[in-house]
Design a protein around this ligand. Sequence first.
Ligand code: ADP
Length: 356
Amino acid sequence: MMPGRISNWLRGEGEASLDQLRAARDAAEAANEAKTRFLANVAHEIRSPLNAIYGYAQLIERGEGRDALAAARVIRRSAEHLAHLVEGLLDIAQVEGGAMTLTREAIRFPEFLDQLVAMLDLQAQAKGLALVLERPERLPEFVHADPERLRQVLINLLANAIKFTDAGSVTLKVDYRNELATFTVIDTGIGIAPEDAERIFAPFERVGGPAAERPGVGLGLAITQALVHIMGGEIRLDSTPGQGSRFTVRLMLSQPLSPPSEPAPEAGAVTGYVGRERWVLLVDDDAEHLAVVRGLLEPLGFQVSTASDADTALALAAQSQPDLVLCDVALGDDNGWEVAAQLRRRHGAALRIVML
Ligand code: ADP
């Protein structure tokens, strides 16, 4: 409002009062201070991992580091931290500079949600958490959205929920009514104190206490909020410390009037292959893995043989040459690499082997 009035005044279109000039100056000064604080934070965030890399690299160079592997690990983690920071800063720069443009695509809504949850499932499982997708039976098959940005928002919130929860569950609840989509990410984690609820959305703001011990750079929520606003939506937080948090994102996602003429192909909708019939040899000591891969390949027309140990695998391959071998690295008492080496010796360089 204010800068517009001032520029009108500069163009000679009406006169700004002294109060308006003061307010404009205060706003400019506040923005400048915020920028200085932001840069100081960036410098601080860069300095600590950089010092770690520098220090540990020097120790290795001098041959003083007793445990080079541990040093390499610190260096890798610090480099990862810096990479996250750079990615986050680039996102913020794009949003702030108004350079972020949204695409508008008809996305398959239910599948989009399933895939999103599948992406984070391992992360949740690794912490012993249940990751739940709660959605109404009937969701529109297609909605208009920028899939990449919408995914980024929901992944940020879900990844945070997993990070700040040590026991219980993380739920993504989705509702859709009158073109208004409501996404709620609910966790049973450490929660956020009311006095921190606002500032955690600002860049580099992280809450002290247990949260500070978890990795992160404090840009995720700032980017998430900016993206939600660019998409014309709103984000809110309700939390009870010690009990959990609930982030709610509301977005208008319109439905295409008619299904898109060329709907996006369904994920994994491969139905077969062309050419002669191919023979795949699966080598794995886990019967369930064998069954899963067989179940994927046979419907596509592949001929599949399975072996659960090295001897069986070598015997099967001796009967005739497979077109492809999928071989587990750890084969119980046998070594998958050894099996691969023997197959390679026997069948030559042309045999395709994928180690799993
Ligand atoms: P980061 O996760 O990298 O620290 P964010 O901007 O994503 O940065 O989050 C900022 C801070 O907000 C976190 O450091 C944490 O203190 C708090 N926070 C975010 N999500 C949650 C959550 N689900 N539960 C508890 N605290 C959270």
